[in-house]
Write a protein that binds this ligand. Structure first.
Ligand code: GTP
Length: 598
C-alpha cells in the first residue's frame, strides 16, 4: 500500500459511551467483517479465552475502504485500554496513530477519563475528530455537548459528526472524515527500521505475539530483529496484519500496522513501548517515550492453606508471562507464613490479578491491604523504598518519609461539589482549582497522596455523586509528610499484615475506627481477644472481642433445634477464608478493613 493511502487512528471514549459498538460498525461498514461473522468470531474468541486462560481482545484492525474519491485506503484502528492504571499503554497506542476519534455520548457529556486521553492525543499532535454518539436517544443534547467539548477541550466542534453507533447513523461520514482529516504517515520507508510495540500477548504455541506500528523502514518474514530496550534478538517466524483476524503477509513498511511472532518467551522481553529494529542495519536511536511501567501499589498474597504455596508461585509465573508490569517476590510473615509481595500498576490491575488467581487457578488467598511505595531517608542519609508498612525503619533510624502525590481531576454535576470537596478534604487533599465547565458541570482539581486514592476513594466518589462524577489522576512526585506506622495487636501480638502507614494527625482516628471494625469482623472465639492499635509502644486505641459459644447457644434457650443448627451453620460459613494468627482466626475482610473505614 502506498503510504499516502494509509490512515492510522484510535478511538477515545469514556466507558459506555460506545467505543466498541462504533468499532464494530466501522468493521461492518467497510466489509472487513460481516454481521454474522462478528457474532461467530466473538464466540470463537470466548472459547479461546476459556481454553488458554487468556484474554484476546481486538487490539487492532485493518480495514480496506474505498472513499468517495474512488481511491482505496487502508484504515488501521488501534485500540486503547480504557483505565487510568494503563495510561502508559494508552500513550503508546496513541503514539502509533496520526488521528483519533473522540466519541462522546451526546446524552451525557465529557468525562474526566475522556479528557485525560484527549490531552494525551493532543500532546502527540494527533488530529482529533469529535463524534457525538447516541443521538438516537431522546435525552441526547448534541448542541450542549458540542459546546462542552469546545469549552473544555478547546476543539472546534462546528464540523462534529452526529452519530448513532447503534443505528449506524453517521458511520459513512466518520469513514470519510478519517480519510480527509487524519494525515497519512510520513514516507520514511528508506530509513532504518523502527517499529513501535503497542501491545503484546503470550501464546503457548507461538510465543509472544507482538503488535506494532512500523514508524520507519521495512521488515519481512525471516528478518533478524533486535529489541532496542531489552537488547534481545530474534528471527521473525511469522509476520502479518490484523484484518481483524491474523493474516500472514511477507513484508510490512513504514506506516503499516501488524503483528509478528518470533519465539519470544515472555512479554517482558518485548514490552509495550520498545522499538523493533533490524539486527543487520539497526537504527541509531530508539523511538521516544519508552518507560518500564513501574508498580505503584503493593500487597501481600498468602495462600489460606500453606500447601498451596507452590501452586501460587506457579500461577504467578504463568500470569507474568503475559503481564510485564506484574511484579512479585517471596515474602515470609510471622503471622501469615509463606506468600508473595506483589506489585501492580494500580488498584484495578491488582483486582484483575487477584480474580484470575482465584478463578483460573483455584487458589484460596488472603490478600493484605494495598500499600503505596514510601521513600524513606535514614539518619545515615541512605534512601530506601518501602512497599510494606511492616518494613518501615523505626523513628530512631529515619530522617524523613516521603509519599507519592497525584493531581486529581474530578468532573461532576454542580450539585455534588460540596460533598466531593468534603471527601477530598478528609483524604488530605489540597484544593487547587475549581472551574465551571458548562452550566451545571464543574471540574475540581486537587493534589492528594496516592495512598488516600488507593483506598475506597473511587467508590466513595461514585456513591456521593450517585454515579455521576468521574475522575482521573496523574502522579506528580513524592512529598514529605509526618507519617507514622500504626501497628495492630491481636491478643497482645503485633500482626504485620495489618500494619499501615498513616498521617500522624489521622492516627488516633484511624486507630479507633480500625479496632472497632476488626471487632466487628473477627468472629468470637472461646476466649476473650484484646485488639489494640499502637504507635511504637504506645497503645492509642483498644477494644476486645468477648468470648462466645455459650452466648450464641444461650440465645436458643435450648428450644428450637433447627434454629440452633442454623446458628452453628452461620458460624461455620464465617470460617471460610480465615487465617489463623496465633490462636485467633482472622477472616479475609479484616485484612482489608483499613480500606473501608469511612
Ligand atoms: P466499554 O467497553 O465498557 O469501554 O464501553 P464502550 O465505550 O466500548 O461502549 P459500548 O460500545 O460497549 O456501548 C455501551 C452501551 O451503549 C451498550 O449498551 C451499547 O449498546 C450502547 N450504545 C452504543 N452506541 C449507542 C448509540 O448510538 N445509541 C444508543 N442508544 N446506545 C448505544
Amino acid at each position: 500500500v502506498p503510504v499516502h493511502r494509509i490512515r492510522n487512528f484510535s478511538i477515545i471514549a469514556h466507558i459506555d459511551h460506545g467505543k466498541s459498538t462504533l468499532a464494530d460498525r466501522l468493521l461492518q461498514e467497510t466489509g472487513t467483517v460481516t454481521a454474522r461473522d462478528m457474532k461467530e468470531q466473538f464466540l470463537d474468541n470466548m472459547e479461546l479465552e476459556r481454553e488458554r486462560g487468556i484474554t484476546i481482545k481486538l487490539q487492532a484492525a485493518r480495514m480496506a475502504y474505498t472513499a468517495k474519491d474512488g481511491e482505496e485506503y487502508v484504515l488501521n484502528l488501534i485500540d486503547t485500554p480504557g483505565h487510568v492504571d494503563f495510561s502508559y499503554e494508552v500513550s503508546r497506542s496513541l503514539a502509533a496513530c496520526e488521528g483519533a476519534l473522540l466519541v462522546v455520548d451526546a446524552s451525557q457529556g465529557v468525562e474526566a477519563q475522556t479528557l485525560a486521553n484527549v490531552y494525551l492525543a493532543m500532546e502527540h499532535d494527533l488530529e482529533v475528530i469529535p463524534v457525538l454518539n447516541k443521538i438516537d436517544l431522546p435525552g441526547a443534547e448534541p448542541d450542549r455537548v458540542k459546546q462542552e467539548i469546545e469549552e473544555i477541550v478547546g476543539l472546534d466542534c462546528s464540523q462534529a459528526i452526529l452519530a448513532s453507533a447503534k443505528e449506524g447513523i453517521g458511520v459513512p461520514e466518520i469513514l470519510e472524515e478519517i480519510v480527509h482529516l487524519v494525515p497519512p504517515p510520513p514516507d520514511t520507508i528508506d530509513q532504518p527500521l523502527r517499529a513501535l510495540i503497542f501491545d503484546s500477548y503470550y501464546d503457548a504455541y507461538r510465543g509472544v505475539i507482538v503488535y506494532f506500528r512500523v514508524m520507519d523502514g521495512r521488515l519481512k518474514k525471516g528478518d533478524r530483529i533486535r529489541l532496542m530496550a531489552s537488547r534481545k534478538e530474534y528471527d521473525i517466524d511469522e509476520l502479518g496484519v490484523l484484518s481483524p483476524t491474523q493474516v500472514q503477509v511477507n513484508d510490512l513498511h513504514a506506516g503499516e500496522v501488524g503483528y509478528l511472532a518470533a519465539s519470544i518467551k515472555a512479554v517482558e522481553d518485548a514490552r509495550v513501548g520498545d522499538t523493533i529494529t533490524l539486527s543487520q542495519k539497526p537504527a541509531t536511536e530508539a523511538l521516544p517515550g519508552y518507560v518500564e511501567a513501574k508498580p505503584m501499589v503493593f500487597c501481600g498474597m498468602f495462600p489460606t492453606d500453606a500447601d498451596q504455596f507452590a501452586d501460587l508461585r506457579d500461577a504467578l509465573e504463568k500470569l507474568k508471562l503475559n503481564d510485564a508490569s506484574l511484579n512479585y517476590e517471596p515474602e515470609t510473615s510471622s503471622a501469615m507464613g509463606f506468600g508473595f509481595r506483589c506489585g501492580f500498576l494500580g488498584l484495578l490491575h491488582m483486582e484483575i490479578v487477584q480474580e484470575r488467581l482465584e478463578r483460573e487457578y483455584n487458589l484460596d488467598l488472603i490478600i493484605t491491604a494495598p500499600s503505596v511505595v514510601y521513600r524513606v531517608t535514614t539518619i545515615k542519609g541512605e534512601v530506601v523504598y518501602i512497599d510494606n508498612p511492616s518494613k518501615l525503619p523505626s523513628p530512631q533510624e529515619r530522617e524523613k518519609i516521603e509519599e507519592p502525590y497525584v493531581k486529581l481531576d474530578i468532573i461532576t454535576p454542580e450539585t455534588y461539589v460540596g460533598t466531593l470537596m468534603e471527601l477530598c478534604q478528609t483524604r488530605r487533599g489540597i484544593f487547587k482549582d475549581m472551574k465551571y465547565l458548562t452550566p451545571g458541570r464543574t471540574t475540581l482539581i486537587y493534589e492528594m497522596p496516592l495512598a488516600e486514592v488507593v483506598t475506597d476513594f473511587f467508590d466513595q466518589m461514585k456513591s456521593r455523586s450517585r454515579g455521576y462524577a468521574s475522575m482521573e489522576y496523574q502522579l506528580i512526585g513524592d512529598r514529605e509528610n509526618a507519617l507514622v506506622r500504626l501497628d495492630i495487636l491481636i491478643n497482645g501480638d503485633p500482626v504485620d499484615p495489618l500494619a499501615t502507614i498513616v498521617h500522624r494527625d489521622k492516627a488516633y482516628g484511624v486507630g479507633r475506627a480500625l479496632t472497632e471494625k476488626l471487632k466487628e469482623l473477627i468472629p468470637r472465639h472461646q476466649f476473650k481477644i484484646p485488639i489494640q492499635a499502637a504507635i511504637g509502644s504506645k497503645v492509642i486505641a483498644s477494644e476486645h472481642i468477648s468470648a462466645i459459644r455459650k452466648d450464641v447457644l444461650a440465645k436458643c434457650y435450648g428450644g428450637d433445634i433447627s434454629r440452633k443448627k442454623k446458628l452453628l451453620q452461620k458460624q461455620a460459613k464465617g470460617k471460610k477464608r480465615m487465617k489463623a494468627i496465633g490462636t485467633v482466626d482472622v477472616p479475609q475482610e479484616a485484612f482489608m478493613a483499613v480500606l473501608r473505614l469511612s
